[in-house]
Design a protein around this ligand. Structure first.
Ligand SMILES: *Cc1c(COP(=O)(O)O)cnc(C)c1O
Length: 461
């Protein structure tokens, strides 16, 4: 009898083209793993084999797979209203979710709060929304015809659509499409890699902010917005920076009339130790993009939070001055219901506090890796822990961080899978970003698989 996993593998490869994959590597170099069901932090294969989801399925999952409260909320909503046009019509889940997101959004004393929510249906689309809003706001004002540029940070990632790719800086994703991309100004990343302590990390952040100040000075009145990933540049290899950078950026953006866009798509909803990464700097962005964990990892949805000032800039008798952007599934009721259920769990289960203990366990388990001769750095921000290996020259051209890149990355990936753990190294960086429900035994397994992965990498040297 034909093995169920083999059956699905061959049917898959006959018809599917997978994301972020050189399909030629399937199935020989890169195994393809059909998943029959999810169970908490586990992915369960057709043969019953369990794989620990060490990367929360591309950083989306918060409370575990098939979490019954979210599943039930979606089912209930599906029997009530599954989808409705959001232009001219409204529905309770979209309204309630907007109210609750605005109520918990980062606040800065003396500053008008984020006041409006615009929905899109995935992270990249939300980044496009924020960029277009900032640009269009200045167009509507009419007196700033030259504000057509965006500032982004080196080593950043904001998604794959053409606008989002333009403000990203990962060579392997960007290089091919360079002729199509927007003209973007890149400021140096505040990345604290290799700094010995928080003081040195803060100094690095101050230097990067000084460089940003010079860049903005050199382009007066040309920039409409700056976009960044607060505290952790995730796709860029889980590179982390000191929160003082966000404070400095806030001041510089204010001084230059530049909107500050927080891409909290990966960092939002408790990942960095606070509900949103921006809280740790005590400042507030003008636009904030949320996706990935927004629905607990159940359904695609994006919320772009904006200030009243930005919203008011579009109020006019002219339709062209309105923000005419839309997606068919903007604010889908099922996705909003999932997001509401996920927010309930974050509160009811006191997840942020519980994560502090989990993060401490992660730190303790990962500490010994720092002594390994192949390890350059172990770093952590909340529920993101990264172990960076000494660089493999083979990956140098593609930047620090491309998923399971090169021979070494592939072998590390397979070594972890052999131990029942999904780890997708970003270039030289192994990282843990587990669902928040992960328990101590699962974390121990994660550490064990990481050890095996590093030993495998050592054999590649
Ligand atoms: C994943 C990600 C995006 C893109 O979101 P998609 O839903 O994959 O389009 C944008 N920004 C950051 C920081 C991300 O991690």
């Amino acid at each position: 009898m034909i093995n169920d996993a083999d059956h699905w593998r061959s049917r898959d490869l006959a018809v599917l083209w997978h994301p972020c994959t050189q399909m030629r590597e399937h199935p020989d170099a890169l195994p393809l793993l059909p998943v029959a069901r999810g169970d908490g932090a586990w992915l369960v294969g057709h043969d019953g084999r369990r794989t620990l989801d060490g990367v929360s399925s591309w950083w989306t999952n918060l409370h575990g797979h098939a979490e019954p409260r979210i599943a039930e909320a979606i089912a209930r909503q599906a029997r009530t209203l599954e989808q409705v046009i959001l232009a001219g019509f409204s529905h309770a889940p979209a309204v309630e979710l907007a109210e609750r997101l605005l109520a918990v959004a980062p606040r800065q004393p003396g500053r008008a709060p984020l006041a409006k929510v615009f929905y899109a249906d995935n992270g990249s689309a939300g980044v496009e929304v924020a960029l277009k809003m900032a640009f269009h706001w200045y167009r509507n004002r009419g007196d700033e015809p030259r504000r057509t540029k965006f500032v982004a940070l080196t080593n950043s990632y904001h998604g794959e659509t053409v606008g989002a790719l333009s403000v990203g800086d990962i060579p392997l994703y960007r290089r091919v499409y360079a002729p199509l991309l927007l003209d973007v100004l890149f400021a140096p990343t505040p990345d604290a890699f290799g700094t010995a302590d928080a003081r040195a990390a803060a100094a690095r952040a101050e230097d990067a902010a000084d460089a940003l100040a010079r860049l903005l000075d050199a382009h007066p009145g040309e920039v409409c917005a700056l976009i960044l990933e607060p505290l952790v540049q995730c796709a860029g290899g889980m590179r982390m920076h000191h929160p003082v950078y966000l404070k400095r950026v806030r001041d510089l953006c204010d001084a230059h009339g530049v909107f500050l866009i927080a891409d909290e798509i990966a960092t939002g909803f408790g990942r960095t130790g606070s509900l949103f990464a921006f809280e740790q700097a005590g400042v507030q962005p003008d636009l904030m993009c949320l996706s990935k964990g927004l629905t607990g990892g159940f359904l695609p949805l994006c919320a772009v939070l904006a200030t009243q000032q930005i919203y008011d800039g579009f109020l006019d008798d002219s339709r062209e001055r309105a923000f005419l952007h839309s997606h068919s599934y903007s604010g889908n009721p099922l996705a909003c219901a999932a997001a509401l259920a996920s927010l309930d769990i974050l509160q009811q289960d006191d997840v942020i506090a519980r994560n502090r203990d989990t993060a401490a366990t992660m730190a303790a388990l990962a500490a010994p890796f720092a002594a390994h001769p192949l390890v350059a750095e172990v770093r952590q921000t909340g529920m993101i822990l990264a172990i960076e290996l000494r660089p493999e020259p083979e990956n140098a051209d593609d930047g620090n961080a491309v998923e399971i890149a090169g021979r070494r990355g592939l072998r590390m990936y397979r070594a972890a899978l052999d131990r029942g753990v999904l780890l997708r190294p970003l270039g030289d960086v192994l990282y843990w970003m587990p669902p928040y429900c992960v328990d101590d035994a699962q974390l121990a397994l994660l550490a064990d698989a990481t050890h095996a992965s590093i030993e495998e990498a050592a054999r590649c040297a």
